[in-house]
Write a protein that binds this ligand. Structure first.
Ligand code: NAP
Ligand code: MG
Length: 403
């Protein structure tokens, strides 16, 4: 066959450990034979990050701003143990954190679902995508442990006016916490959510505790509403989509009774907790995809899981592993589809879709990595395979379509 052409390069961010091994196999087996792949390559593996004093991460984010679509492999976020393991010059920051901050982006996490893996919540028929506002609140809070005395909230404006509000007269020991957020960040979050909902043609839900938090949470609610009314209402109506705001407790109850198939936007802490619950209820971290979307419509696709270190150490000992490549394959297909959409290349979009369909069909036929074996419905005949065999099986099935 003639390979499918691309016009604009994808920003390719390579990564670490087991996912780096899988990355190469996916490209060689599932992409190169079918697509005349154009990428601008950035090696975000820890060795290269250390060598370039982490400049490579910044450059890859700049390239994403320039071209609009990136695909990223999982990367190690260094800690003390990694400092000695890789003999690092510095404890470099999380690449995901750096890229997210530079793109001012929001992360959308969605499970890859299959009819033979039933979610723990029986009513869920379609994936639920969680959008977490990854800025501020309790993650940037200032905390104090205090004794008897008076606690006040004090704000000094840039012109020197002071506003004071009593928090509590402590008659015993206690604790205090100061949180903040910024309108600019909440606006970016809102725009990323509305854009993404339009891009995937799904309803958007948003929830906070605005009845109790009349200024803080209410500010989130107001900003979302204003941006919806002034910038997105028309496009939502034209696409038959809904923006739906409700209290967080009501949302939790409705989500459990829903059929799924929508995006749920959440404040930082709520998103942290709910994304773990939703992903576990859908089955497995290995089947969770993640997309970073900026308010001006730049996209970075990746797997939600990490570099699967435990499997990598076994691989280094010469063992063959059965690591699930699905979320990484879907990062590639998602990025190729988006590139095709932006560059008006229907064949590239179709290839992304086919790659996903064939990967799912391969699992449906019973061929799957070991992590999924315990999750599939009783009665399905299962053939557990190694990563390499799984990817080769997908290739075989893809070739049937493209020859
Ligand atoms: P992890 O790599 O997600 O793996 C945790 C465990 O989950 C694995 O040991 C494995 O369980 C299971 N698992 C995850 N992905 C799997 C897959 N594709 N196939 C089969 N099983 C899978 O998390 P971690 O071990 O906490 O972190 C490892 C490294 O990844 C760390 O250095 C961390 O900094 C980094 N990380 C990066 C990202 C990112 O780049 N987005 C995200 C999270 C973590 P079993 O061992 O029981 O099979
Ligand atoms: Mg969490």
């Amino acid at each position: 066959m003639e390979k499918i052409k691309m016009t604009t390069p994808l920003v390719e961010m390579d990564g670490d450990e087991m996912t780096r091994i899988i990355w190469k196999e996916i490209k060689e087996e599932l992409i190169y034979p079918f697509v005349d792949l154009k990428t601008e390559y950035y090696d975000l593996g820890l060795v290269k990050r250390d060598e370039t004093n982490d400049k490579i991460t910044v450059e890859s984010a700049e390239a994403t701003k320039k071209y609009g679509v990136a695909v990223k492999c999982a990367t190690i976020t260094p800690n003390k143990q990694r400092m000695s393991e890789y003999n690092l010059k510095e404890m470099w920051k999380s690449p995901n954190g750096t890229i997210r901050a530079m793109l001012d982006g929001t992360v959308f996490r969605a499970p890859i679902t299959l009819t033979i893996i039933k979610p723990a919540v029986k009513s869920w028929e379609s994936p639920i995508t969680i959008a977490r506002h990854a800025y501020g609140d309790v993650y940037k809070a200032t905390e104090l442990r205090v004794g008897k005395g008076t606690a006040e909230l004090v704000f000094t404006s840039e012109t020197g006016e002071v506003t004071r509000e009593k928090i509590y007269d402590f008659e015993c020991d206690g604790i205090l916490q100061g949180q903040y957020n910024k309108d600019s960040s909440i606006k970016s979050f809102a725009r990323a959510c509305f854009n993404y909902a339009l891009s995937v043609k799904q309803d958007l839900w948003f929830s906070t505790k605005d009845t109790i938090s009349k200024k803080y949470d209410h500010n989130f609610k107001n900003i979302f509403e204003e941006i919806y009314e002034t910038e997105y209402k028309q496009a939502f109506e034209e696409n038959g989509l809904k923006y739906f705001y409700t209290l967080i407790d009501d949302a939790v109850a409705r989500v459990i009774r829903s059929k799924g198939g929508f995006i749920w936007a959440l404040k930082n802490y709520d998103g942290d907790v709910m994304s773990d619950m939703v992903s576990t209820a859908f089955g497995s971290l290995a089947m969770m995809t993640s997309v970073l979307v900026s308010p001006d419509g730049k996209y970075e696709y990746e797997a939600a899981h990490g570099t699967v270190t435990r499997h990598y150490y076994r691989y280094l000992k010469g063992e063959k592993t059965s690591t699930n490549p699905m979320a990484t394959i879907f990062a590639w297909s998602g990025a190729l589809k988006k590139r095709g959409e932006l560059d008006k290349l229907p064949e590239l979009i179709e290839f992304g879709e086919k790659l996903e369909e064939v990967s799912l069909a391969t699992i449906m036929s019973g061929v799957m990595t070991k992590d999924l074996v315990g999750l599939v419905e009783k009665g399905v005949e299962v053939k557990p395979v190694l990563t390499t065999e799984f990817i080769k099986e997908i290739r075989k099935n893809l070739e049937k379509l493209y020859n």
